[in-house]
Ligand binder design. Structure first.
Ligand SMILES: Cc1cc2nc3c(=O)[nH]c(=O)nc-3n(C[C@H](O)[C@H](O)[C@H](O)COP(=O)(O)O)c2cc1C
Length: 240
């Protein structure tokens, strides 16, 4: 311990190194369990090598296999179809969820390139900020319906950092729920009458979550994201 403190005085980066030790892990250690959807960020390269990332709910089939259900309209689906691999990034950072869902929420309109680094075992990028990464290779693609496809993927490598514990705040759940509802609003506002009605209901739910976030975490990054998200969904209402 004494040596560690002396080292830390000379080199503050030691602290970061100590917290960011990369460990080999198993999926259940990271909160995956059979049949349960966990919300992750899937990163992939496009056919011409551009890195991309988007939140996706993934399911552990068993410790060697992961299932992802894509909307065929997503770039992630197209990328995995072309490159046959990706990285499932585990994070609870709400900013990463927001800025990978809505690329237009980034200052340049794109996810910053410095967020990515090359994965080790597959031809895909991983997020530098991820608390854990699961490198996957496509095993099988099956259509679910006209709009969606299910991919079964082989798990190639699981790695986790040793991060400091974060106290749970309900604003995290509320903000991520609002973001996922907003992805549906975007699709439904341009749909038929029933879908437009659904979009209006979702807008009300987003409003309720904003009230909740402002109560639980006023002046926080969660509150800022909810305010930004509200502006974004209102801009689609004007366009539709
Ligand atoms: C928490 C969360 C979970 C999501 N899960 C999925 C999913 O399982 N499948 C999917 O196709 N889209 C899912 N989405 C929506 C996509 O992330 C969103 O449409 C994104 O813009 C797609 O980006 P891309 O075109 O770069 O792939 C989810 C969004 C959020 C916020």
């Amino acid at each position: 311990m004494k040596i560690y403190i002396r080292l830390k005085k000379r080199c503050p980066a030691v602290l970061t190194l100590r917290l960011k030790v990369i460990q080999m892990s198993k999926l259940p250690d990271l909160g995956f369990s059979k049949g349960t959807i966990v919300e992750t960020i899937v990163s992939s390269y496009s056919a011409d090598g551009q890195p991309n990332a988007a939140p996706m709910g993934v399911i552990m089939e068993n410790e060697q296999h992961i299932i992802i259900r894509f909307y065929n309209s997503s770039s992630t689906y197209r990328n995995i179809l072309s490159k046959k691999c990706a990285v499932v990034n585990v994070t609870s950072d709400v900013e990463t969820f927001y800025r990978t869902t809505f690329k237009e929420a980034n200052p340049t309109g794109k996810i910053p390139l410095e967020w990515f680094e090359k994965a080790e075992n597959v031809d895909a990028p991983r997020l530098r900020s991820a608390e854990a990464t699961v490198e996957i290779a496509l095993a099988e693609m099956k259509p679910i319906d006209e709009e969606r496809t299910e991919a079964v993927c082989d798990v190639k490598l699981v790695k986790a950092t040793k991060t400091v514990p974060k106290a749970y705040c309900r604003a995290l759940f509320a903000t991520v729920e609002a973001i996922i509802h907003a992805t549906r609003v975007k699709a439904y506002l341009n749909g038929d009458e029933k879908q437009r009605e659904q979009a209006l209901k979702l807008l009300e739910i987003i409003k309720d979550y904003r009230v909740l976030v402002n109560r639980l975490a006023p002046n926080s990054r969660y509150a800022e994201i909810m305010s930004d998200l509200t502006k974004l969904v209102n801009s689609w209402r004007v366009e539709s």
